[in-house]
Design a protein around this ligand. Structure first.
Ligand code: GLN
Length: 356
């Protein structure tokens, strides 16, 4: 018999789910969100957009393929999406104590322990997910046996973008064209997707006034929490629009570009977190299967006259991207860089590069 401590998930409405600890033994709290992807826990855990959140994985087995090495290549993580875990904890139905994968460097449990992140299993994640779908995303806390109680914590009240963004300007890759990439919590595959296309990337902090740099195109990254917290980025995007240079954004980037355009954002009931979100490109019959991770959305009805919806979600009709009617500005709410998930929309990077 394996020696595991008991761990209980308590939601803010008082609902309790009892399970067992397999990660770091500590109590923690955050916003409880679910992801229905079948793979991708190393990428999701290191995605800065999960900062402050407790990740529930609905696929019933977790840990079976271990965790890839934390190696870096030219200051960018080779297999992960940042240099550490951002989620506050991970919850699964079952944890596989045996892992097997050619790339695995260690087990998920060992990685969580090293990074001080709790993980719990033996939770009825179907019942938990149904509860979150019916009532909406809510705050929760995980109390591990013998580790004491903690307060509920609402990540959407904090400026998480400021917390995860780089503190200094960094250059990645090389090329004739220069792209300013605003780091609101950038996933490393956005940097890889840009540098692979032969451009020089200048990565800047979320509140950096990049308008003083000589650049060819502007890219706004994904990022955690409430987009209303990143007003400094919105102000800088607004100034950049006056130059008419190409602008592209992903996820938080879509929300911040929309705010700069004058549209408003609202919180979805339980968000989109999966590998199979269907989106249709407006004006075409083309649908794409996309990777997503967001809790907020753009209210398409509030887009000003010069802007239009670029993509729409085929499940719930919500906004999945915008574009300017005459200028080279566009963005996507989903993740064309995937990591993890389908790469069907990676061509959006080519569309952006072709505008430079
Ligand atoms: N992945 C992201 O960039 C997420 C954006 C924002 N934090 C949201 O939840 O909607």
């Amino acid at each position: 018999m394996r020696q595991t401590k008991k761990a209980v998930l308590i939601l803010e409405d008082g609902t309790r789910f009892e399970g067992k600890s397999f990660g770091y033994e500590a109590s923690t709290s955050g916003e409880v969100v679910f992801n229905t992807a079948m793979t991708g826990y190393p990428e999701s855990l290191t995605d800065p957009s999960y900062e402050g959140q407790i990740l529930v994985t609905t696929y019933p087995i977790l840990g079976n393929y271990g965790v890839p090495p934390e190696r870096e290549k030219e200051q960018v993580s080779e297999f992960l999406e940042s240099d550490h875990i951002h989620a506050r904890a991970i919850i699964a139905q079952d944890y596989s104590y045996d892992h097997s994968h050619w790339q695995a460097a260690r087990s998920l449990g060992d990685w969580l322990k090293e990074q001080h992140i709790p993980g719990i299993y033996d939770i009825d994640t179907r019942a938990l997910t149904r509860h979150l779908r019916e009532k909406g995303s809510m705050l929760g806390k995980i109390i591990v046996e013998g580790c004491g109680d903690v307060e509920f914590y609402d990540p959407n009240k904090e400026n998480l973008v400021a917390k995860v963004s780089t503190r200094q300007v960094e250059t990645h890759g090389d090329g004739d064209k220069t792209v300013v990439l605003v780091d609101c919590g950038v996933k490393h595959n956005i940097i890889r997707c840009l540098t692979r296309r032969g451009v020089k990337v200048i990565l800047v902090p979320w509140d950096y006034d990049f308008n003083q740099i000589d650049y060819d195109g502007l890219f706004i990254s994904n990022g955690p929490g409430n987009p209303d917290m990143a007003q400094a980025t919105v102000d800088n995007i607004r100034k950049a629009m006056d130059t008419g240079k190409p602008i592209c954004g992903i996820c938080m980037g879509n929300q911040l570009l929309s705010k700069a355009a004058g549209a408003s954002i609202y919180k979805l009931k339980y968000g989109h977190r999966s590998h199979n979100q269907p989106v249709r490109r407006i004006g075409t019959d083309k649908c794409f299967v996309t990777s997503q991770n967001h809790g907020f959305a753009v209210d398409s009805d509030t887009l000003p006259e010069e802007w239009e919806t670029l993509f729409v979600n085929m499940n719930d009709g919500t906004n999945e991207g915008i574009r300017h009617k005459t200028k080279p500005f566009f963005s996507a709410q989903f993740h064309p860089e995937a990591s993890s998930g389908p790469k069907d929309t990676e061509f959006l990077f080519d569309e952006f590069i072709s505008l430079l």
